[in-house]
Design a protein around this ligand. Structure first.
Ligand code: ACO
Length: 325
């Protein structure tokens, strides 16, 4: 089996910042409520860029950081819940934009766990030798599926993209990976697509609104439960102790989820790396943006271990432990 190395990370967020006060002019909310219930202070919102535009910029950033050429990439996996179109896939649009002419491309749908699922798929393909250099992207234009009249959800999300390039190497950088799903709880977080309304099916079916709705309390409970489970499973599988982990990078959903999980794990919440105050919940882009920040700020050095965990719609969850080379 080949060994897997992360040879670069990248990210991109739109320049438009929308703070909590601005949202309080759109829905009945306040900076105080949003900050105390979620930890979010502001988010980036697209002024017209679609998911492929942001994904392309994150891809250009990671190609630079990995010091490779676009035509070295032989697989592009793009995780998103907000593709530009049903067809073509957003990964194929990115391929065209960056001229990664040798790549096979496909999108995956795992909501906020998408980046982790993408890393898992990439690692397996590299281990078996099927592909050598894989670009993983998590990108979302959540602002296009948010109901901007719904204060329960519109305060939570932001737009952005993140990327990583994985390649076969001499040393193993991914010590453990674990993923899971619970479709039975899927209704806790939904965004409907087009219903079946053809000449063979029931005519007159009404078109659902394609916006996000969520059972916040159910998601909160799920998130805390799986976050704790993921940390424990990943540590066991990699024979690591929590003390050896420099940072836990969680999906950036809500600071109270992180505080609850920290309490259950018996650790200081400072061990969790967060930037959700600046970007809100960017779904599939979230952990990758945070990981890129940790690398670019030189917060980790060779030998440090990082535990990355995601959870979200599906419901889905997953995580990995990285030993920085
Ligand atoms: N501003 C002011 N009041 C609000 C707002 C708002 N933006 N949103 C809800 N409220 C009100 C509610 O209407 C309710 O009022 P009522 O008591 O008169 O009915 C009151 O505040 C309390 O609402 P709750 O839903 O009980 O608030 P809660 O403390 O549970 O916080 C929240 C809501 C922040 C959504 C919380 O449940 C949560 O964080 N859940 C996790 C969900 C999450 O992070 N989802 C992200 C996407 S999923 C993912 O990434 C995994």
């Amino acid at each position: 089996m080949n060994k897997v190395k992360i040879i670069g990370t990248g990210s991109y967020v739109p320049s438009k910042i929308v703070n909590n006060n601005e949202l309080s002019h759109m829905v009945n909310t306040s900076d105080e409520w949003i900050t105390s219930r979620t930890g979010i202070k502001q988010r980036r919102i697209s002024e017209g860029e679609d998911t492929s535009d942001m994904a392309t910029k994150a891809a250009i950033d990671v190609i630079k950081s990995a010091k490779i050429e676009a035509n070295d990439i032989d697989l592009i996996i793009l995780a998103t819940a907000t593709p530009d179109s049903f067809i073509p896939s957003t990964s194929c649009i990115v391929q065209k934009n960056i001229k990664a002419v040798n790549a096979t491309c496909f999108d995956i749908s795992a909501a906020c766990s998408g980046f982790i699922y993408g890393m898992d798929i990439a690692a397996q393909f590299i281990r078996t030798g099927r592909f050598n250099t894989v670009l993983v992207i998590g990108a979302e234009t959540l602002s296009k599926i948010i109901d901007w009249q719904d204060r329960n959800t519109c305060i939570l999300f932001g737009d952005g993209a993140s990327a990583a390039i994985l390649q076969s190497g001499n040393e193993e950088e991914i010590l453990s990976i674990y993923t899971g799903s619970d479709g039975s709880k899927g209704k806790a977080l939904i965004c409907p697509a087009i219903p079946v309304n053809n000449f063979c099916a029931n005519p007159g079916i009404s078109l659902n609104k394609s916006t996000v709705s969520m059972d916040g309390k159910e998601i909160f409970k799920f998130a805390v439960k799986v976050l704790v489970k993921l940390v424990n499973v990943l540590l066991t599988e990699s024979h690591c102790d929590l003390k050896e982990i420099k940072y836990i990078i969680p999906h950036q959903a809500n600071s109270r989820i992180i505080e609850c999980a920290a309490k259950k794990l018996g650790i200081d919440s400072n061990k969790f790396y967060t930037n959700l105050d600046l970007y809100g919940n960017t779904s599939a882009a979230s952990v990758g943006i945070a990981l890129d920040e940790v690398y670019k700020k030189n917060l980790v050095k060779s030998g440090d271990k990082i535990l990355v965990v995601g959870f979200g719609g599906g419901l889905t969850y997953g995580g990995l432990i990285i030993k920085v080379i």
